[in-house]
Design a protein around this ligand. Structure first.
Ligand code: PMP
Length: 280
């Protein structure tokens, strides 16, 4: 069952106007919220980021946090599977095609997809990534549904048989096409600082909290392209992929070419943290 503009219905019954500004202009924002054991993970953080995205595009939030929490709970209840990924999408609504903001209600859509744990083989071996120049706009902190640059950047990874495209802007690492990136250099875990040039990942925050709690030596600072290419370890994070080791970059091995010691440690911390959440 999906949620569309106040109603729950099977996805086959759901339709929106071709004049929806999401369709016409890509004028909207979204969130992806993982659900473990039927409990949304870090919901408050996702709702906070949603508010930031809505503020960024000057769209009024149609619901309070309590209302969102209740509606998301209903989507979870109406769908099978203990682990789900809730996709939440808000556009500026349906209006005659014209750039200025119309005075119409927004379109609000939510659906649930099964959330599968990363394949053991990928955890064991790591994944390949390629690099590309970050040619997106400079408000990458807004989780905009206008994802054409991300789609094109991700496809070049797929074409190269890789799992992710790591983006570089003006000589510095920003993030992946659909993930945040961490690097280990001289045994120090490095994370790029939040800015308008990257999405503030919820998993990125979890990881930084876990490394602080567990006294893993780390620095949040700009990471140069050279540091990326000479890194001992590279890892990616996202709500749906959790944490994965990048073991090949542009067809060259990263470090030893196998997931490194720091990745293994962080992966374990993450699984422990998830287990705590599931126990409530
Ligand atoms: N950056 C981009 C561009 C993304 O699309 C995503 C995943 N939605 C992330 C980072 C990771 O964010 P999160 O940990 O909140 O899933």
């Amino acid at each position: 069952m999906i949620f569309l503009n106040g109603q729950f219905m099977p996805i086959e019954k759901a339709s929106i106007s071709v004049l929806d500004r999401g369709f016409i202009f890509g004028d909207g924002v979204y969130e992806v919220i993982p659900v473990y054991s039927r409990r949304p993970f870090r919901l408050d953080k996702h709702l906070h980021r949603l508010q930031h995205s809505l503020d960024g595009i000057r769209l009024r939030n149609p619901y309070t946090s309590e209302q969102w929490s209740d509606l998301i709970g209903q989507v979870v209840d109406k769908n099978a599977g203990d682990d789900q990924s809730i996709y939440l999408h808000i556009t500026r609504g349906v209006a005659k095609r014209d750039h200025p903001f119309p005075d119409v209600p927004p379109t609000v859509f939510m659906m649930s997809n099964p959330l599968l744990p990363p394949q053991p083989e990928l955890l064991e071996k790591g994944v390949a990534a390629i690099t590309a120049s970050d040619n997106r706009w400079i408000r990458c902190d807004i989780k905009s549904i206008s994802l054409l640059p991300n789609v094109l950047l991700r496809q070049i990874a797929v074409d190269a048989g890789a799992a992710e495209t790591i983006l570089i802007r003006d000589g510095f690492l920003t993030e992946g096409s659909a993930s945040n990136i961490f690097v280990v250099k001289d045994q120090v875990l490095l994370a790029p600082p939040k800015s308008h040039l990257m999405l503030p990942g919820i998993t990125y925050d979890v990881l930084l909290e876990l490394v602080a709690e567990n006294h893993v030596i780390h620095e949040v600072r700009e990471i140069s392209e050279d540091e990326l290419f000479s890194a001992e370890e590279i890892m990616l994070t996202s709500s749906t992929r959790e944490i994965m080791a990048v073991t090949r970059l542009n067809e060259q091995p990263v470090g030893t070419g196998s997931p490194g010691a720091i990745f293994r440690q962080l992966h374990q911390f993450y699984q422990q943290y998830k287990a705590t959440h599931m126990r409530g």
